[in-house]
Design a protein around this ligand. Structure first.
Ligand SMILES: Cc1cc2nc3c(=O)[nH]c(=O)nc-3n(C[C@H](O)[C@H](O)[C@H](O)COP(=O)(O)OP(=O)(O)OC[C@H]3O[C@@H](n4cnc5c(N)ncnc54)[C@H](O)[C@@H]3O)c2cc1C
Length: 439
């Protein structure tokens, strides 16, 4: 029988110690606030999401992680390359052709078990209290307001902790967003991913060693090829479930190897080296929360919005939202006001980034779309495409979208992401003109 102990109070409670939670925790801890991170797993733990993009640099710098990244063994990444099914390769897109080579333009391919451990330790160093192997079971409510959580540690002890603000940083599981019924499926982004790891397979040399390759499966989906440190390479295929499981294929291993035959470049890369033999499968349906916050609660990282990973934007968005929410809460704590309205700008900024990236993701999945053709007609679009793909997502890209719409339809912005406060409650929920479908 679980025991209850005396309630403890904090300035902020963070559920989930992934990149979003660890980033927000580091910022709040550094400001001297009493912040508690509750994490279900014991780190290091496995997680997918291994390729960083250039604009992770700023949040990593803000929380003091850059020296640790530089001292790490993580594979340096300077570029992205696209490969056709017949093996034809684009030139690598080198980030240093647009950004400073010593900072933003060099990013990393990480092993998430190691990266997330560094991030969580960094949050501890900055003053956050971290309790691993502790599962949050439910929110504590005072009317509509979340005033804390009930958690259970590995010994089975169940206890309550209280704070004026709780951050849901639980990743794709989106614990409180789901519980509140706020989770909305993206109408068209409904893929699954199957992946494994190879040791000592073929990879590029010099600055191309850490190149991310996106390799197309004819009209259907794509492979990622992410070379990591210690000779490991992460390789996965992403497409609609119906396609990947055609002819009754169910086992991740058989699905994976059948698709390898569909791309000559991937097949060649894996023709040497050894597969670790572990295969993983996950749905990666894009999902968005209707609201970013409600009294006593704010959503961060994947728990706020999870976007198809084709452009490796997830960790960038998790770090960016973690940084922004940390700063917003700091100001709110000083002002003694953490009402939902405080998170209006936060919600709008994160949604703007998600929507910009989402437009490129929709374009990518349209078989009639090609970056090459857009750039051939509008050479100066190359810079804006690079910015968005690199994670510089909070910009006005309206000219780029109207240019791309000459080739393929793009979706309207989804009407999500405002805080649910007294004002929003009084209004009825806005509905998308066209359900967010491309138009
Ligand atoms: C197939 C695939 C490939 C991807 N590839 C990339 C990529 O190359 N690059 C990239 O940037 N992103 C990628 N992503 C996305 C990336 O994985 C996420 O965007 C990122 O991990 C989000 O970080 P987060 O902190 O929001 O959540 P997470 O990293 O998922 O962390 C959430 C944490 O919350 C904890 N938790 C959950 N529930 C509870 C609870 N009730 N109590 C306590 N703790 C709890 C979990 O244990 C977990 O540690 C990919 C995703 C998928 C599915």
């Amino acid at each position: 029988m679980p025991t209850k102990t005396a309630t403890q109070s904090y300035d902020a409670i963070i559920i989930g110690g992934g990149p979003a939670g660890a980033c927000a925790g580091a910022i709040l801890g550094e400001y001297g606030h009493r912040v508690l991170i509750l994490e279900r797993e014991k780190f290091p733990r496995f997680h997918i999401g291994e390729s960083l993009i250039p604009f992770t640099f700023q949040p990593l710098q803000r929380i003091g992680m850059i020296p640790k990244m530089k001292a790490s063994a993580f594979q340096k990444k300077y570029s992205v390359t696209f490969v056709q099914p017949d093996g034809r390769r684009s030139q690598p897109f080198y980030f240093f052709n647009r950004y400073d080579r010593e900072t933003v333009a060099q990013t990393w391919q990480v092993l998430r078990s190691e990266f997330d451990q560094l991030m969580l330790d960094n949050a501890r160093e900055k003053g956050a209290e971290v309790r691993e192997e502790t599962t949050v079971n439910r929110p504590l409510l005072d009317g509509d307001r979340i005033v804390g959580v009930e958690a259970t540690d590995k010994s089975g002890r169940t206890y309550e902790v209280r704070a004026p603000i709780t951050l849901d940083c639980t990743g794709k599981e989106a614990f409180l967003s789901n519980r509140n019924g706020w989770r909305m499926r993206d109408p068209y982004l409904n893929k699954i991913a199957v992946w494994t790891y190879y040791k000592d397979s073929k990879r590029g040399a010099g600055i191309d060693e850490g190149d991310t390759t996106v390799a197309y499966v004819p009209d259907k989906g794509w492979f990622w090829h992410i070379p990591q440190h210690r000779g490991m390479t992460s390789v996965g295929v992403v497409a609609e479930g119906k396609y990947l499981t055609r002819d009754g294929f169910k086992e991740p291993k058989e699905i994976f190897h059948r698709e390898v035959e569909q791309n000559l470049w991937i097949k060649d890369r894996l023709s040497v080296g050894e597969c670790t033999g572990e295969y993983y499968i996950t749905s990666e349906y894009s999902r968005h929360s209707r609201y970013c916050a409600s009294p006593g609660l704010v959503l961060v990282g994947d728990a706020f919005a999870f976007l198809d990973p084709v452009f490796s934007s997830g960790v960038m968005l998790a770090l960016k939202s973690g940084q922004l929410v940390g700063e917003t809460i700091h100001v709110g704590l000083l002002a003694g006001d953490l009402s939902p309205a405080r998170f209006t700008a936060y919600g709008a900024t994160v949604r703007q980034g998600v929507e910009n990236m989402r437009k490129l993701v929709y374009a990518f999945y349209d078989p009639k779309f090609s970056f090459r053709e857009v750039i051939a007609r509008y050479p100066d679009a190359a810079g804006e495409i690079t910015d968005c793909l690199s994670g510089d997502v909070n910009k006005d890209f309206s000219q780029l979208w109207s240019r791309i719409r000459e080739f393929v339809p793009l979706p309207d912005d989804l009407p999500y992401g405002e805080p649910l406060g007294a004002d929003a409650l009084a209004r009825s929920l806005p509905t998308a003109q066209n359900g967010g479908r491309p138009g």
